[in-house]
Design a protein. Sequence first.
Length: 401
Amino acid sequence: MAVNSDIGKLKKVIVHRPGQELEYLAPLYLEELLFDEIPWLERAQEEHDLFVKEMHKNGTQVIYITDLIKDVLMDETVKRSFIEEQLKLSHIGNQLTKEKVIEHLMEQNPEYVAKNLIRGFKRGFVKELKEPDSLADIIESPFPFYLSPLPSMYFTRDQGITMGDKILISSMNNDSRRRETLYTKYAVNHHPLFSNIEPLMEDRLPAGLEGGDLIVASEDLLIIGLSERTTEQAIEALSKELLIDNPRFKEILVIQIPSKRAYMHLDTVFNMIDYDKFVMYPGIKDNTYTYRLTAGKDGQVKAVKAGDLNEALSTSLKRPVNIIYSGGNDPITAAREQWSDSTNTLALAPGKVLAYNRNTVTNAKLRREGIEVVEFEGSELVRGRGGSRCMSMPIEREPLK
Ligand SMILES: NC(=O)NCCC[C@H](N)C(=O)O
């Protein structure tokens, strides 16, 4: 089981079917939970099922993260530790209340725990467990949750990245997404599915490194986005690990994109779709910078500016590359389709991508450039600001020829 590219035929992938967490979204705290709009759950689930169906047609094994967690929570010790770690990151201010919630969850079956820690718990829930008599229980607060919902849970890409036979658990930039990675961590550490995949760096990664910023371009080359979510500190720590301490790549190419909500990760504006083809949102062309990181002679990572993106990619991949601009030649269309994740396609195989059908101009352009585009409807899913790449965590791809 390994991932040595971002385009090899997709064999196994981890996803999350959106659940009731989307019904806990409300306008007052949308920004805090990193959403811009409120999706309609039933339709979002139907769309997600279509997304999964297309992957099945491609011969991909699709695994739901909640199923993995249900399995690992059968062990009572693991269950307690998972619940306790989740609650450490909660808004529950009173220790007794926290203990009551832990005991309540320990009495529930693994499915309830796996799903409801994603859905979240409202503050009013405490009344079912104990007299709300502590200051923390009764305090007036505009935020109605003891445990926030995790509405971005269906963007499994961001939660972990398989590189070769190792997996890196992301260190999320925002508090509101931090609990998501506990699902990945517990699956990786306790589920037999991961018996051949080792975790990388464990808890040694500084905050600010999310999967949407990483592209395993080849066995030798890792591309990392320096973005709103991924910091230079985290990139430096990861490069030291991957280039010097436990060398896995010959080179890391950093692509710095504008730090902006609409482009929160590299894969919202730039993506690899074939051996030599990339799709990119043209609106960031003039504000994108590249840096090449390699192992220096002194046991330190050496960074140099890598210049023009096309040249940098060609040099790193040792072949000429074709950067295909999304949205046609019209800046308004390009910006509209970027907002709807036109570049956020998932490679099912080299030159074959899964994409939202709404990005008609980009999809037509990709086809003209020889890419096979498989479409699905994602009008509700897109409201969370992510496409098929964001919604998938590949754990096995066929090696490239
Ligand atoms: N790789 C991605 O670009 N993921 C999309 C994440 C969307 C989520 N609502 C967020 O803002 O973090």
